[in-house]
Design a protein around this ligand. Sequence first.
Ligand code: GAR
Length: 206
Amino acid sequence: MTINLGILISGRGSNMDAILGAIKSGRIKNTKPSVVISNKPDAAGLKIASEKYGVPAKVVPADGLKGWDYDQKVVAVLQAHGVTPQSGLVCLAGFMRIISPEFVRQYKMRILNIHPALLPSFPGLHAQKQALDYGVKVTGCTVHFVDEGVDSGPVILQKAVPVMEGDDEEALSARILEQEHQLYPEAVRLFCEGRIKVQGRRVLVT
Ligand code: GAR
C-alpha cells in the first residue's frame, strides 16, 4: 500500500529536500509525497517542494492560534491531500511548533521528528548550543516518533557526531545536519517498508 507523506516545515527545508530527493531517486519506495505545509509563508522550503519536486506546498499561518485550534487546520490540509491517520505519514522537518496532544493521538505512531541531538540529551530549542555549553564530546541527531511530550517519543534511529575543540554553534550544526540528511530518509524508508515495530519505548527494526 502506498503511504501518503506530509512534511511540515518552518524554514530552510533541507531535511525535507533530503527526504523528497530519496523518494525521487527511488531509495524510498511505497510512498507518495503528497503535501508540504509550512506555518511560515516565507519558508524557503516551500519553493523547493513545489519547484524542484512538484509537490503541493501550502501555508497554514498561525494567526495567533495555539494548540489544537491551529493543528486542526493543518490536519484538514493533510487529509485533503490523502495523508490520513490510517495510511499516512507525517514528518516534522524543522517544524518549530509543538504538536498538540489531539494531533498526536489522531496520528498515533505516524508522526516522525528529527532533532539535532542525541535524545534524551538536549531537547527543545538550540540543541547544538546546549551541547556546546554543556561541553559534551559527542552529540548527534535523533529520529523519533512524536508523542505528547517535547522530543520525548520512542527513538527510531540515532547517529553520533563528535564535537571538535574549535566548534562554534554554526560549525557543529553543519556537521550534525550532514548526518540528519542521511538519517531522516533512512528512517522514512524503514517506516514505508513496514519494518519498524514499537514495543513500549523500544523501536525494533525488522
Ligand atoms: C534541523 O537541524 C532540525 O534537526 C532542527 O531544525 C533544523 C531544520 O533544518 N529541528 C529542531 O531543532 C527541532 N527541535 P531544515 O529546515 O533545513 O531541515
